[in-house]
Design a protein around this ligand. Structure first.
Ligand SMILES: NC(=O)c1ccc[n+]([C@@H]2O[C@H](COP(=O)([O-])OP(=O)(O)OC[C@H]3O[C@@H](n4cnc5c(N)ncnc54)[C@H](OP(=O)(O)O)[C@@H]3O)[C@@H](O)[C@H]2O)c1
Length: 278
């Protein structure tokens, strides 16, 4: 049984690849450009673009299960190619945005919902992962942290920041067992933690003070676009931050239930990633 990992260079995809390799699975790693993809020994690489169905047949040949990233275009084409290849199970990296109260107004939710629908209509089994905010989002603070500060809007918004290794551990368990078919899994870290508290943890782990400077929502939106986010995305994110300022984002026990271990804390994430802030 070969498992295809799309986005094998990505934060989550890379972690899924590592989980599957350490569990002794036969894994194929995909990227739009596999020639520049670095993989563990023994892992096959393949170039595949989820938005170009003509590239998918070779990637899916002999594959029984897939870890799939959501792309704005392409999930329908992927589903057809996966059906033709005889894929039995797909685990989709979706988003908590499709479950949140703001989903009707959210472009992020619409994008992920369309991918979920395309998989639901297919003949293979699928499992949809709905992680909340990633701990890796704080990598966007790197330039500020080098200046000795953290700048954010809504610094007291409390979100259940999740470590990418916990998303990956759930994905790997489901891919290996073929379990949780037809299910939606809402994944979070262990506790709601504010941006101010995340900054304090990073200051402690990095061993230098990191005072928080509050941005207006407009300033924060400009900075997200400067970091490469599509301009339609910041309003969706800022709506969630405004809500989680009033009521902390709920956390779930799904990581624990599926993997048998508690989700990692933000401190564990910061310790794992301290060199990224050097
Ligand atoms: N950030 C959050 O708080 C959050 C919360 C909930 C859900 N999410 C979801 O998580 C995703 C981001 O995950 P991440 O941090 O792991 O992403 P990432 O590190 O930015 O990696 C994205 C991966 O997607 C691959 N990719 C991009 N376009 C592709 C295409 N057309 N065909 C095939 N592969 C393609 C890239 O691979 P190559 O460049 O090698 O081709 C890359 O490895 C978002 O898209 C969203 O769906 C994020």
């Amino acid at each position: 049984m070969t498992i295809l990992v799309t986005g094998a260079r990505g934060n989550v995809g890379r972690a899924v690849l590592e989980e599957l390799v350490s569990a002794g699975q036969d894994v194929r790693a995909a990227s739009r450009d596999a020639t520049t993809l670095d993989v563990p020994d023994g892992v096959a690489k393949v170039s595949a673009d989820l938005e170009d169905a003509s590239t998918l047949d070779a990637a899916l040949d002999g594959v029984s299960a897939v870890f799939l990233y959501t792309r704005p275009q392409g999930t329908e084409g992927f589903a057809k190619a996966a059906e033709a290849a005889g894929v039995r199970h797909v685990v989709l990296l979706s988003s908590a945005a499709t479950l949140e109260p703001e989903s009707a107004q959210s472009r992020i939710a619409r994008l992920h919902h369309a991918a979920e629908e395309a998989l639901a209509a297919a003949s293979f089994a699928s499992t949809v992962l709905h992680p909340g905010a990633f701990a890796t989002n704080t990598l966007g603070w790197r330039a500020d942290i080098r200046e000795g500060v953290v700048r954010t809007a809504y610094p007291d918004s409390r979100i259940g920041a999740i470590h990418e290794r916990d998303i990956a551990a759930v994905a790997a368990r489901v891919l290996i067992d073929g379990s949780h078919a037809g299910q939606s899994l809402a994944l979070t870290g262990p506790e709601p933690i504010s941006f101010r508290e995340q900054a304090a943890v990073l200051a402690d782990v990095l061993g230098r003070p990191l005072p928080v400077e509050e941005l207006t929502p407009e300033q924060a939106a400009e900075r997200m676009v400067a970091l490469g986010w599509p301009p339609e995305v910041p309003p969706d994110v800022l709506r969630v931050w405004a809500r989680t300022l009033r009521e902390p984002s709920p956390v779930t026990d799904v990581v624990h239930k599926v993997t048998g271990h508690a989700p990692r804390t933000f401190r564990q994430w910061a310790e794992d990633h301290h060199t990224d802030f050097a």
